[in-house]
Design a protein around this ligand. Structure first.
Ligand code: OOG
Ligand code: MG
Length: 262
């Protein structure tokens, strides 16, 4: 089935309101069980247009559900992409106000910043590494607009893949001397280690996630422009956080990223 453009816009407004009013809703496929993949991304693009019309800027792109840990946790089997907003950015070491969020979860990721355009189809790791300016450590703070993070893949695509906040670290490294597959990551919550992972957890190599993004964008006639900040997806499963929690993620070769939930 294909939704009408009136339905696409109505669903984008519905999800935008859920975010702005911090009122979680039930997944939209309950109401539109026959919506297709194009409908799901059409809703996400309509949501993105609403944000821009409201004066927000798009600050980057994200891939999600790129690791087995995340696929198992969310019971889905395919990666998805979404966008990052300017108001979602939290400085490294900064405070994350819980009053603005409903049910945040954090995940450690590796982010890329590109220096050349990347286009699919057929985009591969070699092209991604050649087009990478530097990589950064990053933490995504998800906040699903669906009650208790209960969704299917189409619903979460429409909801901009639960994107809410993100923190990028400040140590940018060129990829030449790095083996991103074996790069280790240690997640600490209030001083205790709560998760560990290596870069290969994301599709065997985080650059494969960027290549997949270029190939997915190509289906809509879009590409990744030079200078894009891209989060490649959670390396570990997402961890719930509460007021007072301090998160500190250590990255081999890339320094660390931290934040406090207030
Ligand atoms: C969907 C977003 C997943 C990631 O890094 O895997 C994501 C969700 O789990 O709510 O951003
Ligand atoms: Mg993520």
């Amino acid at each position: 089935m294909s939704l009408t453009s009136a339905q696409i816009n109505e669903l984008a407004e519905f999800l935008d309101n859920a975010e702005r009013n911090r009122k979680p809703v039930t997944k939209i496929t309950d109401r539109f069980p026959d919506m297709d993949w194009k409908d799901a991304y059409d809703i996400q693009y309509a949501l993105r247009a609403r944000k821009e019309a409201a004066g927000h800027r798009i600050a980057g792109l994200k891939m999600g559900l790129t690791s087995r840990a995340k696929m198992i946790q969310m019971n889905v089997a395919e990666p998805v992409y979404g966008f990052l907003t300017d108001y979602g950015s939290i400085p490294d070491g900064g405070d994350v106000p819980m009053s603005e969020l409903v049910q945040p979860r954090i995940e450690a990721e590796i982010a890329f910043v590109t220096k050349a355009d990347l286009s699919g189809p057929g985009c591969h790791i070699g092209q991604v590494l050649a087009a990478t300016d530097f990589v950064l450590p990053a933490v995504e703070i998800l906040d699903s607009r669906y009650e208790n993070f209960k969704f299917d893949l189409k619903s979460v695509v429409a909801d901009n893949t639960s994107a809410a906040r993100y923190v990028a670290g400040s140590v940018g490294k060129r990829v030449d001397g790095l083996d991103l597959r074996t790069l280790g990551v240690v997640v600490e919550k209030n001083g205790a280690i709560v998760a560990t992972a290596a870069g290969a957890a994301v599709l065997g190599h985080p650059a494969a996630s960027v290549a997949m993004l270029a190939n997915m964008l190509a289906r809509r006639g879009a590409h990744i422009p030079a200078g894009t900040f891209i989060m490649t997806g959670g390396l570990t499963e997402a961890l719930a956080v509460a007021v007072g929690d301090h998160i500190h993620v250590r990255y081999q070769d890339l320094g660390s990223v931290s934040m406090r939930f207030v």
